[in-house]
Design a protein around this ligand. Sequence first.
Ligand SMILES: [Mg+2]
Length: 233
Amino acid sequence: MSKKYQHLFFDLDHTLWDFDTNAKETLIELFDRYELAQHGLFEVQDFISLYTENNHALWRAYHLGEISKEALRDTRFKKTFRELGLPEALIPLQFEEDYVKESPHKTNLFAGAHEVLQALQPHYQMHIITNGFQESSELKLTKSNLKPYFKEIFVSEVIGKYKPDIALFQHALAVAGCEAKDAIMIGDSLEADILGAKNAGIDQIYFNPHLQAHSVDCNYEIAHLSELLGILA
Ligand SMILES: [Mg+2]
């Protein structure tokens, strides 16, 4: 049986690299390091829930062009601490910088990531397309031992184009030396990965581990990475 695809393009955050678990681990470590429990105002779980809510709201505002990334980073922890009742003078100013610096060192991946990539590697040319930053993407891939599986790594910050921009997919296809019909994109974002790839003429596999309801038409949908082996074998 001949394979339908030659090239696999993977998203990184929330598809291979378990962003939420890695973020949570980092937040717990920093909460302890800054001894935030000692004020008796809030528990680590309250802090994480409110931060997560604020962070999502600020990212939404950023994507709508309402705030800059600098404003987002300057605001998300300070706002959370204020809302939890921490007096201004006790707000740790290094928290944001520490979080951004330390979280990419975390190595939690989605279940089966290494096994699946190992099984696919002899049969496909595999690449990453991430809407990330150069330094943090490099750290995530290196620290979690993902880098050796991939031939090309396309980082939006470096290329200056962001998924779902068709230009980013076309750039990736050109560099990888592959036609759209020979490629498939695997990712967790319906907009960035699935619609982006579809508009570039590339088939798509939607990774939907939380079984979110949606109405986007895609070629395949999986809830666990191991299902890739059934589709791509
Ligand atoms: Mg993603």
